[in-house]
Ligand binder design. Structure first.
Ligand code: AMP
Ligand code: MG
Length: 394
């Protein structure tokens, strides 16, 4: 059995990155930029006002400026101002050619069409200069930038409708278990509703991905082989749940072997999620997650998500970690690195984390309030209230 750090490192070194691809802006959300974007014009495009105020030709206090025109955003700046003249100007409007500074309207007093300025202004004050962000021909957005709200907004600023990104893997989900019934169907006494596909789909969604397909199979080796074989043909990343432990009916690992998958790891010293499997067939990767819904959630976060992020070109694909203080004591059986669901809150400038107790790995409802996993080191037997711990935000 390997440690979590070893498994994470194997997951990351087996990341598979696809050839960069041009996509419309509307499909670039949550992707990583795979090209340097060079600005075809200076940004800002022209000198413009940062405030609502008046464009002045010098910065000395004066009781008398004559307001000769108004320039709103979108208006042309007009010709140079004459001595003693100023222009009413609004945020984003181009400043006239000989503007020294813009005075905020709050720093002026209006007297019958003229304004009085009582403060001294520095040259260029409240003017956003053309090219102060980037000059023509400079890189506005570098390869490797993640495209979320600000990144995509910058692409839009350049007037681009398409952008080259690292494509997302095509993900397929296969849930296994003879006891599983789809929502809407009648339950026999020993059956349960299938929920792992919902857990995995939701976790993918938070990465800006959706599964290509979701299939269900029972625990029969031949039927599973057929479903898994077809699934592997139709995706780059296959995520299975259930059937990967040591029971007689746990056929997923053997079946994947028989289909030619090379095992990268099976069994990691973590709790929950110990039987997790990772395999590879050429450029395709399969994660066999255990069946318990909490194990699915944890192993997805600990191993699958880092693999996806590395494959999608994110710079730091490992789970994020923060230090927090434990809000109530925890006991732990040494041997496995445990990840206990918890809820982080900020109290008086410190992060505190409350473990959500009494939740077995077959339970999910309590976990719905969790926003983090508490990393309980393998060898510790007891963690006291107030003790600093690492937490992995979910
Ligand atoms: P397994 O790893 O197949 O032994 O499954 C472990 C536990 O998770 C069993 O109690 C299963 O019934 C449950 N389980 C497995 N797959 C699912 C699923 N897709 N939805 C809900 N529970 C599941
Ligand atoms: Mg099963």
């Amino acid at each position: 059995m390997i440690t979590y750090e070893e498994a994470l490192s194997l997951a990351l070194t087996n990341a598979v990155r696809s050839e960069p691809q041009a996509v419309p802006l509307s499909e670039a959300f949550a992707r990583v930029l795979a090209q340097d974007l060079v600005s075809p014009f200076p940004q800002p495009r022209f000198d413009n006002s940062a405030v609502d105020g008046y464009a002045l030709t010098n910065g000395t206090p004066s009781p008398m400026w004559s307001v000769v025109r108004t320039i709103a955003a979108g208006d042309p700046p007009g010709t140079a101002l004459q001595p003693g003249e100023c222009a009413r100007i609004f945020t984003g409007a181009p400043t006239p050619p000989n503007t020294f500074a813009v005075v905020m309207q709050e720093d002026t007093v209006t007297r019958s069409g003229n304004i009085e300025v009582a403060i001294t202004l520095k040259e260029g004050q409240h003017i956003r200069r053309a090219g102060e962000e980037v000059q023509t021909g400079e890189i506005a957005l570098a390869e490797g930038t993640p495209l979320f709200a600000a990144g995509l907004g910058s692409v839009a600023n350049l007037g681009l409708s398409e952008v080259v990104v690292v494509p997302a893997p095509r993900v397929g989900i296969v849930v296994t278990g003879a006891e599983l019934v789809a929502i809407g169907e009648e339950l026999d006494p020993a059956q349960i509703y299938e929920s792992n596909s919902v857990v995995v789909t939701s976790a993918l969604k938070s990465l800006g991905l959706g599964p290509e397909f979701i299939r269900t199979t029972g625990d029969d080796p031949e039927a599973s082989a057929q479903v898994l074989n077809e699934a592997l043909e139709q995706c780059d990343l296959l995520i299975t749940t259930g059937g990967v432990s040591v029971g007689d009916r746990d056929v997923v690992r053997q079946t994947l072997h028989s289909l030619g998958a090379q095992e990268i790891f099976w069994k990691v010293a973590i709790k929950p999620g110990k039987p997790v499997f990772m395999g590879r067939m050429g450029r395709k990767v399969v994660f066999g997650l255990p069946g318990n819904p909490l194990s699915v959630l944890a192993t997805f976060h600990l191993l699958v998500q880092p693999w996806i992020r590395a494959s999608m070109g994110f710079g730091s694909p490992s789970p994020r970690r923060h230090k927090a203080k434990l809000a109530s004591p925890l006991t732990h059986k040494p041997g496995r690195n445990e990840f206990v669901p918890g809820s982080i809150t900020l109290v008086g400038g410190d992060l505190w984390v409350s473990p959500i107790s009494g939740q077995g790995s077959h339970m999910l409802s309590g976990i719905a309030t969790a926003n983090a996993l508490i990393d309980v080191p393998t060898e510790l037997e007891f963690l006291d209230e107030g003790q600093p711990v690492w937490v992995l935000p979910l």
